[in-house]
Design a protein around this ligand. Structure first.
Ligand code: NAD
Length: 389
């Protein structure tokens, strides 16, 4: 089952108190520092940051986490203790008490701690090479664009944004500022999911005939959380966890669907689900007619990716969790290693920055998935089949 389970949102008020963005801060014409893109060398080799005021050599690139909520605290910071090509160099938080705790726990110097007011000043900090946006979904666009303007490479959490237009603005900003952009699609670095990509795309068991995907979790407790507030989340379980089933279908096929149909499930808990959907089912039709049948809900638990091919089948269950993914095919268990997905994902991006290689999870992929999810919502609202461009 998807592990994005703990949905407390205690810091929201603190954050809002601390957040006093001024238009000036947003539009500051801060000096743009060229990035470290384009350096040659093998992963882990020493690189020269000739664009920084004090040229220096680095084995490990510095990452700053923006937003110290559940995912940063429980997964990303611990993963950054296991990375080879990057390390936790800084944080951006609206909560001073958290800043103190993180400084102590991770030995982060004062000069690498920012809040949402002085965030743009990160531009002149040579310790920070990569900014990782781990904020509520509708904030991804603004903080990615500001990171790009500060001349920093960006990892942005999924979903990339809450509109296709925002995704495009993020990609444009990164391109204009010559920085790399990747999306936090950790499963592209997970052996079982990689095996499914191979089985589906290389047709090891023949052509894919059918896909099923489900990713759901139970949301209860405080109903006043950003995930249930459409302005911040962009939608319900589809945007949050169903996105993994969308991804699973696309990477099984190695392409995007032609069209989608969808329907919202019944709302049995209106006290929670008066703004975002409680559950949604959808079908993605791929070129050639293969259909992926998917579901996502905030009122049950599921984590599954199944593929049926001409001469066999495979199944991951759980498919999308941080740990404990299990896979089998018609021949038996997959027997693949378990890895720290986030550590692999961040190391891979750091290597991309060091060597100039393209990330396998770029902004284009994030935008594709937001396009698909917007089409799924339109199909559920209208009852029509919605074609994708
Ligand atoms: P969270 O609620 O635990 O943390 C959100 C953080 O944003 C908090 O530190 C909070 O203080 C801060 N924040 C700033 N402005 C806020 C506002 N207006 N309202 C509420 N919080 C605000 O959430 P999370 O689970 O850490 O998720 C953060 C992002 O990471 C989301 O985009 C989510 O989709 C993504 N995520 C990805 C994975 C994954 O497996 N890749 C897992 C969990 C979360």
């Amino acid at each position: 089952m998807e592990s994005e389970k703990s949905l407390t949102d205690k810091n929201r008020r603190n954050f809002l108190k601390g957040l006093s963005l001024t238009v000036g801060a947003l539009t500051l014409g801060l000096p743009h520092l060229a990035s470290a893109t384009g350096h040659t060398g093998k992963p882990g080799s020493r690189i020269l940051h000739d664009s920084y005021p004090n040229p220096q050599q680095k084995d490990k690139l510095g990452i700053a986490l923006v937003g110290l909520g559940q995912y940063s605290t429980g997964q990303l910071a611990p993963a950054l203790q296991q990375t080879d090509d990057c390390y936790l160099a800084g944080v951006v938080t609206g909560t001073p008490a958290k800043a103190e705790e993180w400084k102590r726990r991770y030995n982060i110097p004062d000069k690498n701690v920012y809040n949402y007011d002085n965030y743009d000043e990160i531009a002149s900090n040579p310790d920070i090479d990569i900014i990782y946006i781990v904020l509520p979904n509708s904030m991804h666009a603004e903080y990615t664009i500001r990171a790009a303007k500060a001349g920093k490479h960006v990892i942005c959490e999924k979903p990339m944004a809450t509109s296709v237009e925002d995704c495009q603005r993020m990609m444009d900003a990164c391109k204009q500022n010559n920085v790399k952009l990747s999306i936090g699609y950790r499963l592209h670095f997970e052996p079982h999911n990689k095996r499914v990509m191979e089985l589906g795309q290389q047709k090891e068991f023949g052509a894919v005939q059918r896909i099923e995907g489900a990713n759901s979790m139970v949301v209860d407790g405080d109903p006043d959380i950003w995930r249930l507030d459409k302005k911040l989340s962009g939608g319900g379980p589809l945007m949050d966890v169903g996105i993994y089933a969308v991804q699973g279908a696309c990477y099984t096929m190695g392409m995007k669907p032609d069209s989608v149909t969808a329907s919202f499930g019944k709302v049995t808990r209106p006290d929670y689900f008066d703004d975002v959907e409680q559950s949604i089912s959808w079908k993605m039709e791929f070129p050639g007619g293969v259909v992926a049948d998917c579901k996502s809900s905030y009122n049950e638990s599921a984590s599954r990716l199944y593929g049926k091919a001409k001469n066999g089948w495979w199944e991951l269950d759980p498919a999308y969790s941080y740990a404990g993914i299990k896979g089998k095919t018609h021949k038996g268990p997959m027997n693949l290693p378990h890895v720290n997905q986030q550590a692999r994902q961040m190391d891979d991006f750091a290597q991309c920055v060091k060597t100039g290689r393209e990330t396998p999870v770029p902004g284009e992929m994030g935008k594709r998935d937001v396009e698909i999810m917007m089409a799924i919502y339109e199909a559920a609202r209208t009852g029509n089949k919605v074609k994708l461009s």
